[in-house]
Design a protein around this ligand. Structure first.
Ligand SMILES: [Zn+2]
Length: 266
């Protein structure tokens, strides 16, 4: 009698275990289908983008210039995709590279340069420079410069402090290394979860001489970029590097965007 009760309890437990096991397998299968579905949707979205958006702007009659900047890369998955999109529009941009990422992905740094874009200094370790001494700040900047110069054979001309945090000492150290300290006029993708937010931030009121802050590893930014390139092209903007913007500014009258975003010049 005792044994049969024990057997019944055991059987009950076995049944329960099988049910849990079957439920886990079932959930796994469902999740795989969802994952495949999302991947296929993304792929089609990507194809739609390339078919709809990949056009070279013909003219720049207004002569309006804008600098797209991508911080924190190079990024193993996103950087090449960003480069492909920029190529579609004959757009040049500035990539503010972090030294330790550049060491990890040297081929990407070389590719950014080979494809005609600018590589800026964004420190070696992405430290908040206002918490460092001037000597430590100098070491951060110099180490990043060495990594970049060893890969592309030239020193960066522009520098952006991580998180835009700087003090007079930061700017002084950068200037002593011949670097322009550059912030931004348009804070575009910070905290943005959706591509529509990035697009509306950039497109709210784009101006001649704007410097647009974007990041290398954000989904929303990558998805927003085709629309940003298309809409700004439609408004007669030409996409140039920050150095080209500074150079153009030097030749013409001062542009408000640059006055606000370039803190020190060599
Ligand atoms: Zn950064």
């Amino acid at each position: 009698m005792k044994n049969s009760i024990k057997g019944a309890i055991l059987n009950k437990h076995k049944n329960l275990l099988w049910r849990v096991f079957a439920a886990i397998i079932f959930l796994g299968v469902i999740l795989s289908f969802v994952k495949i579905g999302v991947a296929v949707f993304d792929l089609h979205a990507g194809e739609r983008h390339s078919m709809r958006f990949c056009v070279v702007p013909s003219e720049n009659p207004s002569g309006r210039l804008i600098a797209l900047t991508f911080d924190d890369g190079p990024h193993p998955e996103y950087t090449r995709k960003l480069l492909d999109l920029l190529d579609c529009f004959s757009a040049k941009a500035t990539f503010f590279a972090v030294g330790k990422m550049a060491e990890k992905y040297p081929e990407l740094v070389k590719e950014i340069d080979r494809r005609g874009h600018e590589i800026g200094n964004h420190t070696y370790d992405h430290r908040i420079l206002t918490e460092l001494s001037m000597a430590e700040t100098g070491a951060e900047l110099e180490r990043d410069e060495q990594v970049i110069a060893s890969l592309i054979g030239k020193r960066p001309a522009v520098f952006r402090p991580p998180s835009g945090r700087y003090n007079p000492g930061t700017v002084q150290v950068a200037a002593s290394m011949g670097l322009f300290t550059v912030l931004w006029t348009n804070y575009s993708d910070y905290g943005a979860m959706r591509s529509s937010e990035v697009i509306s931030n950039v497109m709210a009121a784009p101006k001649d001489g704007d410097i647009i802050l974007l990041h290398s590893g954000i989904d929303a930014t990558l998805l927003a970029l085709p629309t940003i390139l298309q809409q700004l092209s439609g408004k007669d903007f030409r996409f140039v590097t920050v150095s080209a913007l500074i150079e153009a500014n030097g030749k013409g009258s001062l542009r408000p965007g640059l006055i606000r975003s370039v803190l020190a010049v060599k």
